[in-house]
Design a protein around this ligand. Structure first.
Ligand SMILES: C[S@@+](CC[C@H](N)C(=O)[O-])C[C@H]1O[C@@H](n2cnc3c(N)ncnc32)[C@H](O)[C@@H]1O
Length: 354
C-alpha cells in the first residue's frame, strides 16, 4: 500500500493532480465548498476561545487539491482574522503544485509543518495511511503478504504489533475474518499531538472500530476491493479505527471526543447554509454531506484538545448560536439547472432583471 500510493515515481499520490469529477474519488470539501466554510466556524471558535492569538496558526494535514484550505481561509478573512498562518503538510509533490497554484492568500505556506498550531485539521488523510492485512486462523493472526505474482500469500504469523493491537482492545475478531489494521496510527497521533501544544485538532474520516476488512479502491469513481490491480493508478484506503485513535490521543495527554460528520456539520450551522443555498446542485451535494446512510453517518469527526480553557467545548461537538450567514460559497448550477435558468431568463428575463 505504501509503494502503490507513495512510491517516489510510480505512487498514486505522487502523481495525482485531479480530484472530484476529474479524479477517482470525491471528498467532502470537493463535494461542496460550504464544508470548508463550516469548518472555518470551528476554527473561529478556537481562535476566540484562545483570546485571538496573533498570528492564528492553522495546520492542514494532507490537503489534496486545496479546496478545504481555500474556503476555510476565505471564511476566516471574512471574520476579520487578519494575522493568519495556514500551513499545508502535504506528502504529494504533484498536489503541492496544485495547491500552490490555487492558494494565493498570503497566509498559505508549505514550510514549517512540524511547528505547533492552534487548529489542526485532517480530512480523509488517516485513511490513506498504509495498513497491514491479516486473517484469523486457530485463534492467531496470519499476515496476508503480497507475493511475487501479485497475489496475497498467507504467512505463518503476523507482526507482534498486530497481536498487541488487539490485545489492547481486548478483542479478537472471529475465526476466518480478515482485518486491515494501521500499525502506524500511533506514530501519526504522536506527530499530531506534538504539534498541538494549545489548541484543537479535528480528524475526520471513515470509521471502522474495531478494525475489519475495510480496504477499498477507487478508480474513475468506481469502487473496488482489489488493491493488487492498477498499481499506482487507483486510490487505496482503509477505514480508520477512530476508537483506537482516541485511546492513543488520551495516552499522549490530549482530551478527546467524537461525533458523526452529520452532527459536526449541523452543529456548525449547516441548516442555515441549506436555507440560503437553494439551487438544486447545492441542495443535492449538501444533502450528501449529512446523509446518515452515506458520508454523514459513515464519516466521524474526532476532536483532540490540549491546553484549552477548562470550560471550552468545541462548537462542532455541542453547537452554538450562529449569526445569520453571509458569503457562503455555492456550486455552479449543473447543466440541467443552467439550461432551465437560461430558458426562464429568455421567457421572463424582463420580469426578473430588476
Ligand atoms: C484522500 S486525500 C484527501 C485530501 C483532502 N484532505 C480532501 O479531503 O479532499 C489524502 C491526502 O493526504 C495526503 N497524504 C497522505 N499521507 C500523507 C502524509 N503522511 N503526510 C501528508 N500528507 C499525506 C495525500 O497526498 C492527499 O493529499
Amino acid at each position: 500500500m505504501r509503494a502503490a500510493l507513495y512510491h517516489p515515481r510510480h505512487g498514486y499520490y505522487t502523481n495525482l493532480r485531479g480530484f472530484g469529477a476529474d479524479g477517482d474519488f470525491i471528498t467532502s470539501p470537493e463535494r461542496h465548498p460550504a464544508f470548508g466554510w463550516l469548518l472555518g466556524r470551528q476554527a473561529l471558535d478556537v481562535w476566540e476561545a484562545l483570546d485571538r492569538p496573533t498570528p492564528f496558526k492553522v495546520l492542514e494535514l494532507g490537503a489534496g487539491s486545496g479546496a478545504l484550505a481555500e474556503s476555510l481561509v476565505r471564511f476566516l478573512r471574512g471574520e476579520g482574522v487578519h494575522e493568519l498562518v495556514y500551513t499545508l503538510d502535504e506528502i504529494s509533490p504533484s498536489l503541492r503544485d496544485v495547491q500552490r497554484q490555487r492558494l494565493t492568500d498570503a497566509a498559505f505556506r508549505w514550510e514549517g509543518a512540524a511547528e505547533a498550531a492552534h487548529f489542526i485539521v485532517a480530512n480523509e488523510v488517516a485513511d490513506a495511511l498504509p495498513v497491514v492485512r491479516a486473517v484469523v486462523r486457530g485463534g492467531r493472526f496470519r499476515e496476508l503478504r503480497v507475493g511475487p505474482e501479485l497475489t496475497f500469500v498467507e504467512a505463518d504469523d503476523a507482526p507482534a504489533e498486530l497481536e498487541a493491537y488487539f490485545a489492547a482492545l481486548h478483542f479478537m475478531p472471529p475465526e476466518g475474518s480478515v482485518v486491515d489494521v494501521c500499525l502506524e496510527l500511533g506514530d501519526w497521533v504522536r506527530q499530531v499531538a506534538t504539534r498541538l501544544q494549545k489548541g484543537v485538532a479535528l480528524v475526520i474520516d471513515y470509521a471502522a472500530s474495531p478494525p475489519r476488512d475495510s480496504l477499498l479502491t477507487y478508480y474513475h469513481h468506481s469502487l473496488g476491493s482489489d488493491p493488487l490491480i492498477r498499481l499506482g493508478q487507483q486510490d487505496i484506503s482503509a477505514h480508520v479505527d477512530l476508537r483506537m485513535l482516541v485511546r492513543l490521543a488520551i495516552g499522549e495527554g490530549l482530551r478527546a471526543g467524537a461525533t458523526a460528520q452529520r452532527g459536526l456539520l449541523l452543529n456548525l450551522g449547516l441548516s442555515q447554509v441549506q436555507a440560503v443555498l437553494t439551487g438544486s446542485t447545492d441542495r443535492r451535494e449538501l444533502g450528501q454531506l449529512v446523509d446518515p446512510d452515506a458520508a454523514g453517518g459513515q464519516i466521524a469527526a474526532v476532536f483532540l484538545l490540549r491546553g484549552m480553557p477548562a470550560d471550552y467545548k468545541p462548537a462542532g461537538a455541542v453547537g452554538r448560536e450562529w449569526p445569520a450567514p453571509s458569503g457562503v460559497p455555492s456550486l455552479p448550477p449543473d447543466r440541467d439547472e443552467a439550461e432551465f435558468l437560461s430558458q426562464w431568463h429568455e421567457a421572463f428575463g424582463h420580469a426578473t432583471d430588476n
